[in-house]
Design a protein around this ligand. Structure first.
Ligand code: HEM
Length: 400
């Protein structure tokens, strides 16, 4: 057995074929459980009891961040597969996204455990932490970047986040890769652009949708004009103008692109069309998995926002609103600014409801198109083994 294998508790033989492999060796508990080093025990005559909880809480977060990254990398790989996303891949993507959602739910609730610590208890050891801060969590930044949070959407102070890793070459390398590689947002955008039924020479969903909206608006305008009371007429006409403007923002490509530049929309125009279409036809077999995927993406965004909010409340409870963070930010004020829509990756999916139609107005998919859609099916093949190897290689190189 190699020296490395001995210390890690694993022999050179494959797992499961080893004599006497025991629980603690497999899980490397000797390393894991010896990694709670309480600074207050070193620097105070009496250790601060709650520092143990503080360390364990952060460590468990980091472990779950690692699992999220593992799942996220595998999902990105499935989407970036040149051959597209096949049906069995779609099931796997759904399962893994759902797993990320479950982990995030746990992380949102986990804040409560640390809140059993009182501000006074925290004060006993906070002074020893500086300048360490969650701001320096590499894995948290990698999650944000790999999901698709862009540098320019971060608030000013947060745009410096990579400076904290300056002296850590490996961390910087990972940050740069995570900024340059296609994020989940970009991959989802490409996938939405390929939504079957958008083809101009096929079902031409967008043409049909636009026609329906135009006649709906015209009907609204006519109804408003027929009202006799002047004040009510004015009210209805101004409502009509507002709705018209909203729809213009989705039909007029230049308005859409301006909104993208301003960070108020994320997807390309074509991808937005795909997302609207999937919402309408989610009950059709060809769209239900797609709909599940976009629902899970929104869940991920919502849960990260909920985590940010819960963390913010905890920070307010522990250090108030005027105390500088150990990482050097304005603390509460800085964290509050990260709650804005600019931090939502899949912002467009949240705003889709603005563009939906009542069920009875949705352009029907006739049988001919239905048959065509069933031939289109999910594209590509499933090469799970190759992808798994690649994700594991990535993880190995990032943890060595
Ligand atoms: C007593 C508990 C906590 C307090 C008082 C606290 C305080 C803060 C403060 C003030 C910041 C802003 C940066 C700075 O200037 O330091 C921050 C950022 C951060 N904290 Fe905490 N924190 C606590 C617990 C946690 C836990 C349990 C985690 C779990 C990993 C965590 C993760 C983070 C992350 C990821 C950031 C960066 C957020 C961003 O920049 O968007 N914090 N924290």
């Amino acid at each position: 057995m190699s020296r490395e294998a001995k210390t890690s508790g694993l022999s050179d033989r494959p797992l499961g074929e080893q004599d006497g492999l025991i629980y603690s060796e497999y899980l490397q508990l000797n390393k894991l459980l010896c990694s709670q080093h309480m600074l207050s025990a070193e620097k105070n005559p009496r250790p601060a009891h709650d520092e143990h909880l503080f360390i364990i809480t952060h460590q468990t977060y980091e472990l779950w961040f690692k699992q999220i990254l593992f799942e996220l990398d595998s999902v990105r790989l499935k989407f970036s597969n040149n051959q597209g996303v096949c049906e069995s891949n779609a099931m796997e993507i759904i399962r893994r996204l759902n797993r990320i959602v479950m982990i995030l739910k746990l992380l949102v609730d986990q804040v409560m455990i640390l809140e059993t610590m009182t501000p006074l208890d925290f004060m006993e050891f906070r002074k020893f932490l500086s300048p360490a801060s969650g701001f320096q969590s590499l894995q948290f930044r990698l999650i944000e970047n790999k999901l698709g949070l862009k540098q320019e959407f971060r608030v000013k102070y947060n745009q410096n986040y990579s400076c904290v890793f300056d002296r850590d070459e490996e961390a910087m390398k990972q940050i740069i890769i995570s900024e340059e590689e296609p994020s989940l947002l970009i991959l989802i955008q490409k996938w939405l652009e390929r939504t079957p039924g958008l083809e101009l020479n096929g079902f031409d969903f967008w043409g049909k949708y636009k026609q329906t909206i135009m006649s709906m608006l015209e009907k609204q305008r006519k109804t408003a004009m027929e009202v006799e009371t002047e004040s009510e007429k004015l009210y209805l006409l101004s409502d009509f103008e507002k709705r018209k403007k909203i729809y213009e923002s989705v039909f007029d490509l230049s308005i859409h692109n301006t909104l993208v530049q301003r960070g108020e929309r994320r997807f390309s125009h074509k991808a937005l069309q795909g997302a609207i279409m999937i919402n309408f036809y989610r009950d059709e077999p060809q769209f239900s998995q797609r709909h599940q995927i976009i629902t899970l993406l929104m869940d991920i965004d919502s849960l990260i926002a909920k985590w940010r909010y819960n963390h913010l409340l905890m920070v307010q409870r522990m250090i108030g609103t005027h105390s500088i963070g150990t990482g050097g930010s304005s603390g509460y004020q800085y964290l509050r600014s990260t709650l804005s829509d600019r931090y939502k990756i899949f912002l467009d999916l949240f705003n889709l409801s603005t563009f939906l139609l009542p069920r009875n107005l949705i352009p029907p998919i006739n049988n001919l198109i239905k048959n065509n859609l069933s031939h289109i099916n999910w594209e590509g093949t499933n090469n799970d083994d190759e992808e798994n190897k690649e994700v594991i290689n990535n993880i190995d190189s990032s943890t060595t």
